[in-house]
Design a protein around this ligand. Sequence first.
Ligand code: FES
Length: 80
Amino acid sequence: MTKANIDAGMPIAITLEPGTYFRCTCGGSKNLPFCDGNHRGGELPIRFEIEEQRKVYLCSCGKTADEPFCDKTCGVDLPA
Ligand code: FES
């Protein structure tokens, strides 16, 4: 992610089922944290796959090196 979303600051904890997801990066989606096709300003979503049901922490600060997931650069203390 190259810029922060409107929900910036802390990771978004969410349990996802297996499938393909698109993380909104423009902040214009009405289905945050996921893309709804808005693509405000030409920003494209980040596509990612989930192989089995699991809890994930989606980055919302825009500083992670492991997009779309939080890598703790924001300073949050995530469970192992
Ligand atoms: S929310 Fe971006 S690194 Fe944690």
